[in-house]
Design a protein around this ligand. Structure first.
Ligand SMILES: Cc1cc2nc3c(=O)[nH]c(=O)nc-3n(C[C@H](O)[C@H](O)[C@H](O)COP(=O)(O)OP(=O)(O)OC[C@H]3O[C@@H](n4cnc5c(N)ncnc54)[C@H](O)[C@@H]3O)c2cc1C
Length: 495
């Protein structure tokens, strides 16, 4: 069976790549090992609760006059969504510094609160906003291969090789404000002093101007909607089709499933990390890929506790969409603490705050998440797995209760604990890694973008959170579009 393109995996990156290729009338096949599309973006049921596994805020969807890339692409493919704006409200607690804040309301309220916390914050925070906008526009220009970047976007050039901490100091942002801003991006996995300012600025721009949204529908419905549209456009998708090998035969790629079925295509697009593909699917020795692998750092994995509580969020006093508990105000110390089990970094999400109907009446869904560096779970094996995950879940629930003075234990009706092993089993992400490769030092999105052509492996592409733009549904989806646009361009050039 011959195709123009074969895509391995129907996660956000794979579905997006498929949509763009099918939209452009290419003969394309997606092979997905599970029986449903979406990868991480899925849903599971326990009792009367239906939990979203991973999608709590959709960045880069946008609103009004700040339309994001996701919205633009969904419109192009005629996919409708019903987004709900997530309030900026976050409640933060830092244990060592005895620091507790609820940052509420719109950005103007933030600015006022930051000023109360540290005088001088207001004017400098305001002066940061046009810089974020300029960097965002420069990135868009770069993605479109526009020339004259240095002339049109001087701040982009000025801060290109600065880390976020250096740049924020240079912009005179007071220390405490820097730390508060740093909290939000801890998921990127790099402390502010190692994270490129350009990556930081782009995340911040999306957060402030486009604003994150949640969905009224369950995550699996989004994934099914994308897969359905892809099929309407003529794309084929085979579920329960696990790829076990990718071969290069006379310049054509052969993709072989675990049951021996073989497909051929001129290009294979993997919705997987290079590390997984070269370790498990490509049997030939490929020294270039190994070199690249060695240079990249896997980001974090995590333990996620999904709780169905039999009380309303108002009665539980869970008034904020998002809660963060950290050990310390310093992002580097927090990241360091993720190298062991006994740490205190917790993110909690209460989806009912934006979508009351996400769980039955008078109940609440609470998701607690803690992150680990990718190898912390290496010492966990069959004999201590269940004991370890139960122990950590109990510790986390207790810490959350103590930190925010909220009782949840006695209202737990359903509980599911997902470990890195759970995520690895479902998606094949290495070590259950959630956020692709870290954007550290020179391995930032700019470097990845600029070196794309040079690093490209002929007829083998990568989309998703391990690709150019980093993790998150928005970046994974955008990568599927961006990479396939490049491939279509290449096709046109060769015609
Ligand atoms: C707890 C949690 C919370 C999160 N919260 C958010 C959030 O609020 N907002 C946000 O934007 N992001 C969030 N993320 C991250 C986001 O979910 C991911 O970055 C994104 O969904 C990854 O998409 P991907 O394209 O990389 O593909 P993946 O989801 O990794 O999909 C890969 C697909 O490939 C398939 N596959 C793997 N191996 C094979 C094979 N050999 N053959 C065939 N198929 C194969 C898998 O089954 C899977 O369907 C969260 C993640 C987690 C775990």
């Amino acid at each position: 069976m011959n195709y123009d393109y074969i895509i391995v995996g129907a996660g956000m990156g794979g579905l997006s790549a498929g949509l763009n290729l099918a939209f452009n009338h290419k003969k394309v096949l997606i092979l997905e090992k599970n029986s449903l599309p979406g990868g991480f973006v899925t849903t599971f049921k326990r009792g009367r609760f239906e939990f979203d596994t991973s999608l709590y805020d959709l960045m880069d969807y946008g609103r009004d006059n700040h339309v994001g890339s996701l919205q633009r692409l969904f419109k192009k493919y005629n996919i409708e969504l019903d987004p709900l704006l997530i309030p900026y409200n976050i409640r933060i607690k830092s244990l060592d510094d005895n620091f507790e804040e609820v940052i509420k309301g719109e950005i103007d309220d933030w600015v006022l609160r930051l000023e109360e916390m540290q005088s001088g914050s207001m004017s400098t925070f305001r002066s940061l906003l046009p810089v974020l906008k300029e960097i965002h526009e420069a990135l868009n220009a770069l993605r479109k291969n526009r020339k004259n970047i240095e002339k049109d976007f001087p701040n982009f050039i000025k801060y290109l090789d600065k880390n976020a901490y250096e740049a924020l100091l240079d912009l005179n942002i007071p220390d405490k404000t820097i730390h508060v801003l740093g909290y939000i991006w801890i998921e990127i996995g790099s402390p502010l002093n190692k994270l490129s300012f350009i990556d930081f600025a782009e995340c911040m721009y999306k957060y402030i101007f486009k604003r994150p949204v949640a969905l009224t529908e369950k995550s699996i419905d989004l994934s099914l909607k994308l897969a359905k549209r892809y099929e309407e456009l003529g794309g084929k998708i085979h579920y329960r089709s696990c790829v076990s090998e990718i071969k290069d035969i006379d310049g054509k790629k052969e993709v072989i499933l675990t049951d021996g079925t073989t497909y051929k295509a001129k290009e294979v697009i993997c919705n997987l990390s290079e590390r997984y593909v070269f370790k498990n699917l490509i049997k030939e020795n490929h020294s270039f890929a190994n070199q690249k692998e060695n240079a990249r750092t896997l980001s974090m994995n995590g333990l996620v506790i999904y709780l169905g509580l039999n009380k309303s969020y108002q009665d539980l006093k869970l008034y904020n969409y998002r809660y963060y508990q950290f050990q310390n105000l310093n992002s580097a110390t927090n990241i360091k603490s993720m190298k062991k089990f006994s740490h205190h970094t917790i993110e909690a999400i209460v989806p009912n705050i934006v979508n009351e109907s996400c769980s039955p009446k008078n109940t609440t869904i609470l998701v607690l998440k803690t992150l680990y560096m990718s190898d912390v779970w290496n010492n966990v094996n069959k004999t201590n797995y269940y004991q370890t995950k139960e122990m950590l879940a109990n510790e986390l629930i207790e810490e959350f209760e103590n930190a925010f003075n909220i009782d949840i234990k006695e209202y737990i009706e359903e509980m599911e604990i997902a470990t890195p092993f759970t995520f690895e089993k479902y998606t094949n992400s290495i070590n259950g890694n959630i956020f692709g490769y870290m954007r550290l030092g020179y391995d930032n999105s700019i470097h990845r973008l600029i070196s794309y052509e040079e690093e490209r492996i002929p007829h083998l592409s990568f989309v998703g959170s391990s690709s150019l733009f980093g993790s998150g549904v928005d970046n994974a989806f955008y990568s599927g579009y961006y990479i396939t646009e490049k491939l279509l361009e290449e096709e046109r050039r060769n015609d």
